[in-house]
Write a protein that binds this ligand. Structure first.
Ligand code: 13P
Length: 251
């Protein structure tokens, strides 16, 4: 077994009422005892965080934000700061999700700044990287993930990566039902780990690299059996307690 403890994180995206989220979290809590190995996390929308944080108190599951501001506080209407997440007891925060990059214009540089803001607030960033279908078809998968990763390394140094998680999320696999094959995912994960190893072997060996993109209970085992896949970042399938728990059990 890998020396890295797998992490399965649910990215709820912009989904859930208070009632639905309560039922979902209670369902997850009821099943946690049967999750042997994986660390379990959920990333709800900001407005549901007080509710979810309260429900999860005393359980083994942790939670994180889906985004954060680069600023600590101040006149930034509509933004949420890392220290605010920390104040509620956040462990993780997703940065650089492809939906943020494509719909909200987040550049590699801004994502790198958010990565730093997360760590400055005492949060563990889950840095998302991944190529679009056009980029894959143009054989640019490795150059794209390298560019996205290098932006963070250049700004913060390789040592900063020690306290972070990476998520490889091929954009063409997100919400499409089209999962990367275990081999396709493993190839990119191995490339990412190799790139880290060239700079710092310790960071590379300890880095949890999650796969994200249409992961569900039926394909989770095969994906997570790959040597360089250390868990999952789950979208749609994280909104159904039993499905999410089955992914956690598969890790
Ligand atoms: P899906 O699991 O819905 O494809 O979403 C993956 C994702 O974007 C997780 O961050």
């Amino acid at each position: 077994m890998s020396k890295r403890r797998p992490l399965v994180a649910g990215n709820w995206k912009m989904n859930g009422s208070q009632a639905e989220s309560t039922a979902l979290v209670n369902g997850i809590k009821q099943g946690l005892a049967s999750v042997n190995t994986a660390e379990v996390a959920v990333c709800p929308p900001f407005i549901l965080i007080p509710l979810v944080a309260t429900l999860l108190k005393g359980s083994n599951a942790v939670w994180g934000g889906q985004n954060l501001s680069v600023h600590k506080s101040g006149a930034y209407t509509g933004e949420t700061a890392g220290p605010m997440l920390k104040d509620y007891g956040s462990t993780y925060v997703i940065v650089g999700h492809s939906e943020r990059r494509s719909y909200y214009g987040e550049t590699d540089k801004l994502v790198a700044e958010k990565f730093g803001a997360a760590q400055a607030a005492g949060l563990i960033p889950i840095l998302c990287i991944g190529e679009t279908l056009a980029e894959r078809e143009a054989n640019q998968t490795e150059s794209v993930v390298a560019r996205q990763l290098d932006a963070v390394i250049q700004m913060h140094g390789i040592a900063a990566l020690k306290n972070s998680v990476l998520a490889y999320e091929p954009v063409w696999a997100i919400g499409t039902g089209k999962t990367a094959t275990p081999q396709q995912a493993q190839d990119v994960h191995a490339f990412i780990r190799g790139r880290l190893a060239a700079l710092d072997k310790g960071v590379a060996d300890g880095m949890r690299i999650l796969y994200g993109g249409s992961m569900k209970a039926s394909n989770a085992k095969e994906l997570m059996a790959q040597p360089d896949i250390d868990g999952g970042l789950i979208g749609g399938a994280s909104l159904v307690a039993e499905e999410f728990l089955n992914i956690c059990r598969a890790a």
